[in-house]
Write a protein that binds this ligand. Structure first.
Ligand code: ADP
Length: 295
């Protein structure tokens, strides 16, 4: 459906926003249609998940969004990590002034093809803690989808908090036509066990797993360029094989990535020639090409 068109003019036979659900109030129905009108303008929707925190899920989300934008795709990046929003820091957007226009928030931008919204952009002080319970979290995710000027997008990447709690569940419930999930893990056994739960979560909610990325896999020495396996690598690949989901690739542990994230430099585009950026591209490009119907 195109912008401005109403749900009643829409020809889709399958959209659940066409009719009122049993027990739904007029207000709830109108809100659901408004949400659907926004989502209808977004061609592809991907959620990035991880079993636990600190494995580089936001780093992967940001670099996936950057590489899509670099390919000329209009891209949105929605950070719903309400308790630890790190996307504004990774993309150098801290302090970006968020304004409202016609009762909707105008997202931050990186270049002219990447739009970003994060709770971190709305907090006055970045140390402010957000203490919200489940229904409030669902409320803010719904607002991020419904009340942000995303406009027409080729891709929306959703950076979800770690685990399988309220936020990923809300994302799945609110975005009925999600294309799938990218799951980020590290080689250590524990996070590989945690990631099995994420895969199980996707199966339970019938969300396709687009693939698993093993991040922080081997350390690239900044002096000699040699790779050292700190943890036994390959766990993610083996686990993906066992669980019958695609393995996308390994990203090394590289101090350049950490530095770029801390300094807010868009890693995959600013350091495109580095070995690690090539590893990111090798992991992400085949998935993007598959979604674009190029493979
Ligand atoms: P998560 O979203 O899973 O909590 P982040 O993406 O915020 O994790 O990453 C956690 C920290 O690890 C950040 O400081 C980030 O810069 C760093 N990091 C992520 N991936 C790598 C990597 N491949 N090499 C070096 N540092 C990394």
């Amino acid at each position: 459906m195109t912008e401005g068109k109403s749900c009643s003019d829409c020809s889709s036979g399958s959209c659940s926003a066409k009719g009122k659900k049993q027990g739904e109030t007029d207000q709830e129905f109108m809100e659901r249609q408004e949400l659907q009108r926004q989502l209808c303008q977004i061609k592809n929707k991907i959620v990035v998940l991880s079993g636990k925190g600190g494995v580089g899920k936001s780093t992967v989300s940001a670099n996936l969004a950057l590489s899509l934008a670099a390919r000329g795709k209009m891209t949105g990046l929605m950070d719903v990590d309400i308790h630890g929003p790190s996307i504004p820091r990774i993309l150098g957007l801290e302090g970006f002034p968020i304004e409202a226009l016609q009762e909707k928030l105008v997202p931050a931008t990186v270049g002219d093809r990447l739009k970003v919204m994060s709770i971190g952009l709305l907090l006055r002080n970045k140390e402010d803690a957000v203490i919200w319970r489940g229904p409030m979290k669902m409320g803010v995710i719904k607002q991020f989808l419904k009340d942000v000027h995303w406009g027409e997008l080729d891709y929306l990447i959703v950076d979800s908090p770690p685990g399988t709690g309220d936020e990923p569940l809300s994302v799945v419930q609110l975005m009925e036509d999600l294309d799938g999930a990218v799951i980020v893990t590290t080689p250590q056994d524990l996070s590989v066990i945690d990631v099995r739960r994420s895969i199980q979560f996707c199966r339970t909610v019938k969300l396709p797993v687009l693939g698993v990325i093993e991040n922080m896999s081997g350390f690239i020495c900044p002096h000699c360029g040699k790779t050292t396996e700190i943890f036994k690598s390959g766990g993610g690949e083996q686990m993906a094989r066992e669980m019958n989901v695609p393995f996308l690739g390994r990203i090394p542990l590289d101090p350049e990535i950490a530095r770029a994230c801390d300094e807010g430099k868009p890693y995959i585009t600013a350091f495109a020639e580095s070995e690690s950026a090539k590893a990111f591209a090798a992991a992400l490009d085949p998935m993007i090409e598959k979604m674009e119907g190029l493979r």
